[in-house]
Design a protein around this ligand. Structure first.
Ligand code: PXP
Length: 258
């Protein structure tokens, strides 16, 4: 881990190791083993989403991650009393508050921070009072950023799902406008004193555009890395992602890439 300002952290989300484990029950593959491997390969932190329906990560995974990890744990969770109680029990380094619907396959959109200020305020206050950094997963939208700053959140994580879908659909025009929207949001958030993270759907092909944004200091990446691990191993997948991030960051800071 480096501390200079251009360094971009990689948080590896290990949810889908648990998805595979849970397909059969039992203990294999173990998300904690994956977390240790990811750290060895260059991850700066580990992210896990404890969902209301426990479809992948379990309560005991969170307890083991918290007690055995050598890097910060970022706990993704809905802003519910049950999850807040769990977070206060384990005190992860950070909690990323996400919207959650049981029927969704993955986190489909950002939090409606502006519309849910009253409900979010006590959750953010309680987590922060316990020394937990609070991140809000949002669309790259100025109203959400303003509301996050007003609520005293430490971090906003910008939802990169739409950008990644445009890339997958070969829609160059929409890709360019979504990258511009993300870049503007990153600047607006940093100007308001918020730490800027980004994630969702990122792949080897899509990571560079985010890594080039100087305000973005952390990327959280899961599904693609776990999928790639099937073909070449988790260590190799994390190392390649890390290298692509560093390369894009380095070139951008040297102004080689506009
Ligand atoms: N960030 C947040 C807030 C998420 O909810 C997720 C998905 O759990 C991710 C990042 C990682 O997304 P992916 O698994 O598509 O890389």
């Amino acid at each position: 881990m480096t501390n200079n300002s251009t360094y971009l952290r990689l948080g590896v989300n290990i949810d889908h190791v648990a998805t595979i484990r849970n397909a059969r029950g039992g203990r294999h593959p173990d998300p904690l083993r994956a977390a240790h491997l990811a750290v060895e390969a260059g991850a700066d932190g580990i992210t896990a989403h404890l969902r209301e329906d426990r479809r992948h990560i379990s309560d005991s995974d969170i307890a083991r991650l918290k007690s055995e990890l050598t890097r910060p744990l970022n706990l993704e969770m809905a802003a519910t009393p049950e999850m807040v109680a769990i977070a206060l029990r384990h005190v992860p380094n950070a909690c990323c508050l996400v919207p959650e619907r049981r029927e969704e396959r993955t986190t489909e959109g950002g939090l409606d921070v502006a519309g849910q200020k009253i409900a979010l305020a006590p959750v953010i206050r309680d987590l922060k009072s316990a020394g937990i950094r609070v991140s809000l997963f949002i669309e790259p939208d100025i109203r959400a950023i303003e509301a996050a700053a007003d609520l005293g959140a430490d971090i906003v994580e910008l939802h990169t799902g739409a950008y990644c879908e445009y890339v997958a659909a070969d829609d160059a025009k929409s890709t360019a406008s979504e990258v511009a929207r993300l870049a503007k949001a990153a600047t607006e958030a940093a100007n308001r004193g918020l730490e800027v993270h980004a994630g969702h759907g990122l792949t080897f092909n899509t990571v560079a555009a985010l890594a080039r944004m100087p305000e973005v200091v952390e990327l959280n990446i899961g599904h693609f890395l776990i999928g790639e691990a099937i073909f070449g191993g988790l260590h190799a997948a994390v190392r390649r992602m890390r290298a692509l991030m560093d390369e894009a960051r380095f070139k951008a800071s040297g102004r080689v890439i506009a």
